[in-house]
Design a protein around this ligand. Structure first.
Ligand code: M6R
Length: 608
């Protein structure tokens, strides 16, 4: 989705803004622009398309100055175009503004402004905010912002420069992330942490309807009533390199290759050196774990698929019922959930609008809320009662890979902890499993070291039109994620089916040349999956089997077999996801797709 960056200090802000916009590009966008105070005027440069177009424009018509704001826009109101790109100004160029989110009552405000003589040049809801501020402005930026803020409905993060006070940046937000930091004689704002990392590691998240006023000397914060407040600073320990591509061609490949390391980092946070769980890291003590009747898990996209696998882990090991729902369905459904119930959201970014809304609903209902989240200080991590952090580090590619892995690790460890506290597993059994789990990074590395096998397969298969991922039990949950990964970056039609469900309809789609990936990592279900593989093989499908160690039966029912190291069946999905991510990656590369920024998608979905 859109990205914001703003700078005020002693340096020329243009390279800083461009650098920031580049580091936010992963969020997805279709135009970009900057507004720079050049010493006498607010100068705008905006271009449809890639940031390179804006760079070209800035080369052709250079501008420089010590304060400015920049934006990458992902179109919602009005097509992607130069004129709809941000920043926007009011008719008198009193100010320039950039905006993330959606102003829901913009039509109403626009009618009022048009009646009062405002002439609009763009189709955006953002220009409505610019004109509204310009309409009320009488020389006091803070008072004007408060007045306008009281009228705005929807979600927004706003950064504004007033021409009367051009070295100050006014920022505010609601339901849309905004983070600020002060470095050596400079202040910077962005919609996401990576844009700040080169300047400071000590950041503050602006919260709903708070106002941050950035000057080169420091940052002031005000609450929604206009009272000055102190804000806690959060130290971000992500290293800058982890948010850069290094020698990799794509962030996605870099992030897949980082998975063994992300595994260790996450595992070490929850597991002690003697292979026992750090039981106080989990949001339930023994009495509470025993008293639980169910956990409801709500999330979106890949995080939803992590929830589906988490359900299998928890139900199987802890014998506790888990209901999983998609956040956008949950929030508008009949909320059959009671006060005090355990309610978990999963979100890499911690900023997904539907997941935040679901979390808030659950809090209103008095649930005991917890979050599995990758970003410290994000809205979800601030608002949930308990946070189980994942330690994936920054994930830049739109396709979630290492974040999914770390989510399922945390869910697996939750299942073990619940199982032990509920008396379903002994301490010794848990330790045994944790020891085996600690060998997973080596098994993952083996898959990565043999990735050329997958690359070769992709080079032969990229023309395929339909791919079906089938599996049973945990493999079915894994299949859902494998199918999403493939479709979102390669645009190849792919679906996940519970293997036993094929013959109830979907098998009609199988034809000569369809690719069926049979996930068969669960030994006790292999015989059943074998029949399903056979059903599609005899109907012309090309069958690829993914197995947990050697499985003799596979060869008779499939054309190709990929093996991960033999391991406990419950652990196998944690390793088997890697070949699936690599398959999606290589097919997308073969097809020449924009792997890190697939069409129409955004990294962080901050609108409904
Ligand atoms: O930041 P979140 O984990 O809340 O994001 C949820 C989904 O938007 C996200 O997983 C999306 O499905 C990914 N693009 C999948 O790769």
């Amino acid at each position: 989705m859109c990205g914001i960056v703003g700078y005020t200090g002693e340096k020329n802000c243009v390279p800083i803004l461009m650098n920031g916009l580049t580091s936010l590009a992963y969020r997805g966008y279709d135009s970009a622009g900057v507004a720079v105070w050049d010493g006498s005027d607010l100068v705008l440069r905006k271009a449809k398309g890639k940031i390179e177009n804006l760079k070209d424009l800035l080369e052709a018509s250079p501008v420089s100055g010590k304060s400015g704001i920049g934006h990458t826009r992902w179109a919602t109101h009005g097509e992607p175009s130069d004129v709809n790109a941000h920043p926007h100004t009011d008719s008198h160029k009193t100010l320039a503004i950039v905006h993330n989110g959606i102003i829901e009552n913009y039509q109403h405000i626009k009618s009022m402004l048009v009646k009062n003589g405002c002439v609009f040049v763009s189709e955006t809801d953002t220009e409505v905010v610019a004109q509204l501020l310009g309409y009320y402005y009488r020389g006091n930026a803070f008072a004007t912002l408060k007045q306008a803020l009281a009228m705005l409905e929807g979600s927004f993060a706003l950064a504004i420069i007033f021409a009367d006070d051009p070295e100050t940046i006014y920022c505010t937000c609601k339901d849309s992330p905004m983070v600020v930091g002060h470095g050596n004689g400079e202040s910077i704002v962005a919609s996401d942490i990576p844009a700040l990392l080169e300047y400071t590691r000590d950041v503050c998240f602006v919260q709903d309807r708070q106002i941050a006023i950035l000057r080169k000397s420091g940052i002031e914060f005000y609450d929604e009533f206009g009272a000055e407040i102190e804000k806690e600073t959060l130290h971000v320990d992500w290293d800058i390199e982890s948010a850069k591509k290094g020698n990799y061609e794509h962030f996605m490949m870099k992030e897949i290759c980082e998975e063994p390391d992300a595994f260790r980092k996450t595992y070490d946070q929850y597991v002690a050196k003697d292979f026992t769980l750090k039981s106080d890291r989990f949001p339930w003590d023994e009495a509470r774990a025993k008293a639980l009747d169910r956990i409801t898990i709500v999330s979106c996209g890949t995080a939803f698929h992590a929830g589906m696998l988490g359900k299998k882990f928890i139900e199987h090991m802890a014998k506790l019922r888990v209901d999983v729902d998609i956040a956008s369905e949950f929030r508008y459904g009949d909320l059959l959930i009671d006060k005090g119930e355990a309610f978990m959201v999963i979100s890499q970014s911690g900023e997904t609008a539907d997941t935040i809304a679901a979390l808030r609903k659950a809090k209103e209902l008095g649930c005991d809320t917890m979050a599995v989240c990758n970003v410290t200080g994000s809205t979800i991590s601030r608002e949930a009662n308990h946070v189980l952090y994942t330690y994936a580090g920054p994930e830049i590619a739109v396709a979630a890979t290492k974040s999914y892995l770390t989510q399922i690790i945390v869910l697996y460890l939750c299942a073990l902890d619940l199982a032990q506290k509920r008396g379903e597993m002994t301490q010794a059994q848990v330790t045994e499993r944790l020891k085996e789990m600690s060998k997973l990074p080596a098994a993952m590395q083996k898959v990565l070291d043999n990735k050329e096998q997958i690359q070769f397969f992709a080079s032969r298969s990229f023309a395929v039109k339909h791919v079906f991922f089938i599996g049973r039990g945990m493999d079915y949950a894994l299949a859902m994620e494998a199918a999403l990964k493939l479709k979102e970056i390669s645009y190849i039609h792919s679906e996940a089916y519970a293997a036993g469900e094929l013959k109830h309809g979907t098998i009609a789609l199988i034809e000569e040349g369809s690719l069926v990936v049979a996930l068969a990592t669960q030994p006790e279900l292999q015989a059943k999956v074998a029949s399903n593989m056979e059903e599609v093989r005899v109907r012309g499908a090309h069958v690829l089997a993914v197995t947990n160690g050697p499985w003799e039966g596979a060869a008779g029912h499939s054309h190709e077999q990929w093996q991960i190291d033999q391991m406990d069946a419950t652990l196998a999905p944690l390793c088997a996801i890697i070949p699936m991510q690599l398959l999606a990656y290589y097919l997308a590369v073969q097809k020449g797709c924009s792997v890190d920024q697939p069409r129409n998608l955004a990294k962080s979905v901050t609108v409904e």
